[in-house]
Design a protein around this ligand. Structure first.
Ligand SMILES: [Zn+2]
Ligand SMILES: [Zn+2]
Length: 291
């Protein structure tokens, strides 16, 4: 496995060998080879990152083909799925949530929570699939910092289910919250973008990752109070003028892995609105109550 993640050519050869024995699908292999060739052809910063990702995904695809699946939470056999049925059933879902912030509401007749009536978030509506409690915090952490794609797939699928249940108006496109290029280089992938891609595939909504950019490197939001979080995020994003973007769109869903105070998503929303978006939805895999 060391060899596979170290060098793309070796990795591709190994996948070829596995295809012959029907352990990896040809479609998956072609996609990875394309990503690998792109990376080898032009040794730019972006392509080197693609190469690292392609090697990682290759290794994951090989493991998927060779080993039977086990639940990523309890380790018991889970058939075709990443989670066994009991672990999947016990995930802390938000259920009936506030239409503005996604936090759970006590009364099924309520639509918006008290906090959102006092201070209304800038986006038009929000959906949070899971509560950021154990084991969702573990899934997010393993996905984001351990590059565990199976954890990302679980989060994306939960978000797709929540969107199917709660979304009143399908957006024209999905936009992931961007990472600054320095952080992207260090982490090698943007977790919001991977979620957005998986979600776009599940819901058949186009993903636009070339509209919104992070132009300023910000400090980590954890450990900052609400005022400092706002100051930290101010002016962090830029957006292309939406009237000049083709194909045109009006309603956009911004995707992130976790929403805590919502300051990052609020800054993205305001940036998109200033650029001409008529409606912005905030969709997150996990919703944490504000600290
Ligand atoms: Zn389990
Ligand atoms: Zn609310």
């Amino acid at each position: 496995m060391q060899l596979l993640t170290r060098e793309s050519n070796g990795c591709v050869e190994k996948v070829k060998f596995l295809i012959e024995r029907k352990l990896v699908s040809y479609r998956e292999f072609s996609r990875l080879v394309y990503a690998g060739r792109q990376a080898i052809g032009k040794p730019t910063l972006m392509n080197r990152m693609q190469l690292r990702m392609a090697s990682g995904v290759c290794a994951a695809a090989i493991l998927d083909g060779i080993l039977p699946r086990h639940c990523i939470l309890c380790g018991l056999a889970s058939g075709e799925e990443n989670l066994c049925p009991p672990c999947a059933a016990e995930l802390p879902r938000t259920g009936h949530g506030c239409a503005k912030c996604g936090l759970p509401l006590r009364l099924s007749t309520d639509r918006i929570c008290g906090a959102c009536l006092v201070v209304t978030p800038p986006w038009d509506d929000a959906i949070g699939a899971l509560l950021y409690h154990f084991p969702v915090d573990q899934l997010v952490c393993r996905f984001k910092f351990g590059r565990n794609l199976a954890c990302g797939q679980v989060l994306a699928r939960e978000l797709a289910t929540a969107v199917n249940e709660k979304c009143e108006e399908t957006p024209d496109c999905i936009v992931p919250v961007p990472l600054h290029r320095t952080r992207l280089f260090l982490r090698t992938f943007n977790q919001a973008e991977l979620l957005a891609r998986q979600l776009g595939k599940n819901l058949a909504i186009p993903v636009r990752d070339n509209i919104l950019y992070r132009v300023r490197r910000t400090r980590a939001q954890s450990g900052l109070d609400a005022a400092d979080r706002r100051k930290n995020m101010k002016g962090a994003f830029r957006c292309r003028r939406i009237a000049a973007v083709s194909p045109a769109f009006e309603h956009v869903a911004v995707i992130d892995d976790v929403m805590t105070t919502g300051v990052t998503l609020a800054e993205c929303t305001r940036t998109l609105q200033r650029a001409g978006a008529l409606r912005v939805s905030a969709w997150v895999a996990a919703r944490a109550p504000a600290p």
